[in-house]
Design a protein around this ligand. Structure first.
Ligand SMILES: [Zn+2]
Length: 181
């Protein structure tokens, strides 16, 4: 039996009580969450998100990758094209977590394997390892700061989720990306 059978059965229960057909596209909390694809780190559960609350971008580790930067650029264009207050500013929250599978990329043997598969250098793979989520989330915020095109006034923050106790700690408090003169 495919997992799809389970997913469709759960969807039918979900759809029985569905009452969110009139949600607007802009997220209610005006927030984008970037986090890891780990099954234990689902923002809907961790932050009690309802449908329509937030945009969520997930990848291995929750890194700000070139793909994430491209999504942010697309969102910027779409947000300015939507009806309503054009000043809607999306806040960006980056969430890394403890016990991330990306910690394995710190192992030189795995770095070699991954480098071959992905066509990257072992150093590039090593840079994707997450062994200290507080440090990596700070690194991600710095990467955002160094990226031209992300608005100065965008409020960004960095959080770490502990998969052992369910608690999220603030590592980089919310603040505009860059100080403006
Ligand atoms: Zn992870």
């Amino acid at each position: 039996m495919s997992a799809v059978t389970t997913l469709l059965a759960r969807n039918r229960s979900f759809a029985e009580h569905f009452a969110a057909g009139d949600l607007a596209i802009p997220p209610r909390l005006a927030t984008i969450i970037v986090t890891c694809l780990d099954a234990r780190v689902d923002p809907a559960h961790v932050f009690g998100l309802e449908l329509g609350d937030a945009l969520v971008i997930r990848n291995a580790g929750g890194w700000i990758t070139p793909g994430v930067l491209q999504d942010l650029a697309v969102l910027g264009v779409l947000a300015s094209s939507l009806p309503g207050p054009s000043t809607m500013r999306l806040e960006l929250v980056v969430v890394h977590h403890t016990d991330c599978g990306m910690a394995r990329l710190a192992d030189p043997a795995i770095q070699q394997q991954a480098a071959q598969k992905l066509g990257l250098t072992a150093e590039e793979i090593a840079a994707m390892a997450i062994t200290d989520p507080a440090a990596s989330v700070r690194e991600d915020i710095e990467r955002l700061r160094a990226t031209p095109g992300i608005p100065d006034q965008m409020v960004v923050s960095g959080l770490v989720y502990d998969v052992a106790d369910g608690i999220v700690e603030e590592v980089v408090p919310p603040a505009p990306l860059r100080a403006t003169p």
